[in-house]
Design a binder for this molecule. Structure first.
Ligand SMILES: Nc1ncnc2c1ncn2[C@@H]1O[C@H](COP(=O)(O)OP(=O)(O)OP(=O)(O)O)[C@@H](O)[C@H]1O
Length: 250
């Protein structure tokens, strides 16, 4: 990645995105500072995944800007945009691995896409797979993995790319409760240890309180509240915040 240009790794300003004539993002602005862990919460369907996809360059907003390391993502020519977006790693709700490639190849692919030369990409992939206790599965195909293993490969693929920022889109949502708890604990350890810039979508208030530097709440395509998680959960100022606080206290 080019030399750091400012305190914010990721910035969105006035993002608007419609689906079927309906505004799914309705003027979203946010910024994530270097080394910060920002948690994004909000009711199902409020636009969290759509926002993350815009920030990763997978969906073009109808209006507004996305800046990655100070560069206006959608103002760049396509090749340069792809390069820049490769420094934003994303862990999705499902692993999204390439079926005919091995676990090692899938993981190295993320690093290579971010411009890391292939030999080093393989080294970094093997290192992260081993760190995430997948060292015995390097030659397996994605279909031969359990749901939890698949998500750990997706995390290894994200981290092997040495990203500027990692977007986590509720990676535990399709796992059974015990596997989900294990994966949340792993995420908590990684976030605490790496201090990489993170933007995390989750529905877990306990996790949010423990790992978040800042909590942003969304409702119906808009940011409705933002602040330190302990403050937001104790003294919410929005309806969504009050619902979340009741849930956290239950
Ligand atoms: N490609 C698409 N085509 C049409 N509608 C879409 C598309 N992607 C998202 N939507 C709609 O946009 C709205 C927001 O979806 P999104 O997945 O961003 O919400 P979310 O907050 O991430 O929800 P969840 O917490 O359930 O994952 C939903 O009503 C969804 O149906």
């Amino acid at each position: 990645m080019a030399a750091a240009r400012g305190p914010f790794v990721l910035e969105a300003e006035g993002l608007v995105r419609h689906f079927g004539g309906r505004p799914v993002l309705d003027g979203v602005s946010l910024s994530v500072a270097r080394g910060e862990t920002v948690i994004l919460m909000g009711p199902s369907g409020c636009g969290k995944s759509t926002l993350l996809r815009c920030l990763k360059g997978l969906i073009q907003p109808d209006a507004g800007t996305v800046r990655i390391e100070g560069e206006d993502l959608w103002a760049l020519p396509e090749a340069r945009r792809r390069d820049l977006a490769a420094h934003v790693a994303m862990v999705f709700q499902r692993p999204q691995l390439v079926g005919h490639l091995s676990v090692l190849e899938n993981t190295a692919l993320g690093a290579a896409a971010a411009g890391i030369p292939w030999p080093e990409a393989y080294e970094r992939a093997a290192m992260w797979l081993s760190a995430l206790e997948l060292g015995r599965h390097l030659d397996r195909r994605p279909a031969e993995l359990s749901g939890g293993e698949g998500q750990r490969v997706a995390i290894a693929r994200a981290l092997a790319a040495d990203p500027s920022v990692v977007l986590w889109d509720e990676p535990t949502s399709h796992l059974d409760p015990m596997l989900a708890a294990d994966l949340l604990q792993l995420m908590e350890e990684l976030i605490g240890r790496l201090r990489t810039t993170m933007l995390v979508v989750t529905h877990q208030p306990g996790f949010t309180a423990r790992v978040g530097d800042r909590l942003i709440l969304m409702d119906r395509g808009q940011v409705v509240e933002s602040g330190p998680p302990a403050r937001v959960l104790a003294r919410p100022t929005s309806e969504v915040g009050r619902r979340l606080a009741r849930l956290a206290a239950a």
